[in-house]
Design a protein around this ligand. Sequence first.
Ligand SMILES: [Zn+2]
Length: 115
Amino acid sequence: MLSEIKARYETQCAKCGRNIREGWTVYFEPEGKKIYCKPCGQPMWVKEQDAANKGNPPESKPSAAMKLLEDILAQCLLLCDIMPKIEERLRDLETDVSRLDSFLRDTKRSSKKTG
Ligand SMILES: [Zn+2]
């Protein structure tokens, strides 16, 4: 599988023997550790890209629904962070409510007694 790279040193094309200068766009074949100049490498590279694309259809772009899901997930993670705090606050409130409840019961009882 060829890859399009920038030459990092001077070398020669493995096919036509042309001198390749540093910074040129060249095609590198890792299997044979060969470097091809653009005129030699590009047609081979394009063929490989075409073959690869036929095998794997181009990935579809993330849909709006996918983005929405990601947003929701982010919100959920945020909620997970503050959830313990909310639970703590709820426990406090429950204590307050039960106190208020018993206070009200006491008041009713005492009002019945007096009334
Ligand atoms: Zn060449």
